[in-house]
Design a protein around this ligand. Structure first.
Ligand code: UTP
Length: 276
């Protein structure tokens, strides 16, 4: 079944980016002149996604407004002959169907994805974290690679990247065996393990494609640490019932949810020219 929908969790408080995030969502901060969320939605659209479901919290409505036509501004640009500027905006407004769902309480990433259950329905879907930008070495969409892997193996799939041993306990970790170049069968996934508790250094890198069975697994997942529903716990159950693959990223992931990451993304992406 074709993957047409993407869920973009963007309801977090963004406390690592305070004070700006007390009023400006981190997803709207610019990387090379475009807000983070535009990079993320572009990656989804390049993977064939036609509907993007934004998971927002109160006060972050501007993230969705960015994709909505602004009639007054359009009229003003037309009147003053700023056609190129208007075309640029129209490309953003026409990019994809944007649907908004709200997460009333920040109960974790798994809970944020579960909030999109009705909007997704009974079909496979991609998940792209709203505060991570991915730059593939071949300039293509990494989500597209995941969508293709989902199609080839008929199995949910997570994007992974190797991390240094000292970073293992900061990420969800994928343990598995490579059966094709950069494609792995999953044996176990584990959230933020101590390096001594895992033989893998493959960390989730903010991109996933899931079968709709993930929602049932999320509904059956107990609230864990900080009363949060962990996406990794539901992924482990999915792995046990339907299997879970991984595709290794060839490229770079920028976590723009912290000040250093945002600066690094701007500097690195300025150096990369992908035909734009
Ligand atoms: P993070 O933990 O990186 O984001 O979650 P955060 O909570 O906004 O950041 P800090 O730690 O306070 O700075 C990863 C992604 O999951 C979303 C976030 O918006 C981010 O895109 N998320 C997280 C939710 O949508 N809801 C949640 O309850 C938690």
């Amino acid at each position: 079944m074709r993957v047409k929908k993407a869920v973009v969790p963007a309801a977090g408080f963004g406390t690592r980016m305070l004070p700006i995030t007390s009023v400006v969502p981190k997803e709207l901060l610019p990387v090379c002149g475009r807000p983070v969320i535009q990079h993320v939605v572009q990656e989804a659209v390049a993977a064939g996604i036609t509907e993007v479901i934004l998971v927002l919290s109160e006060g972050k409505e501007a993230v969705a407004d960015y994709f909505r036509p602004n009639k007054k501004l359009a009229e003003q640009l037309l009147r003053t002959g700023k056609h190129a500027e208007l075309q640029q905006l129209e490309r953003i407004w026409d990019m994809a169907k944007i649907t908004v769902v709200y997460q009333q309480e920040q109960l974790g990433l798994g809970h944020a994805v579960l909030c999109a259950k009705d909007a997704v329905g009974n079909e496979p879907f991609a998940v792209l974290l709203g505060d991570c930008i991915i730059q593939s070495d071949d300039c293509g969409s990494f989500t597209k690679k995941l969508v293709e892997a989902f199609g080839s193996y008929d199995r949910s799939v997570v994007g992974v990247e190797p991390v240094d041993e000292c970073l293992i306990q900061r990420y969800g970790i994928f343990e598995g065996a490579e059966f094709e170049d950069n494609v792995f069968h999953g044996k176990r996934v584990v959230e933020k393990p101590d390096p001594s508790q895992t033989d893998s250094n493959l960390a989730f890198c903010a991109r996933y494609v899931f079968s709709p069975a993930l929602f049932q697994q999320l509904e059956n997942t107990q609230h864990g640490l900080h009363n949060e529903i962990q996406l990794t716990d539901a992924m482990q159950k999915l792995l046990e019932t339907e299997g879970l693959n991984a595709v290794k990223l060839e490229g770079e992931r920028f976590d723009v949810g912290d000040p250093k990451g945002l600066l690094y993304a701007n500097l690195s992406m300025m150096e990369i020219h992908c035909g734009e």
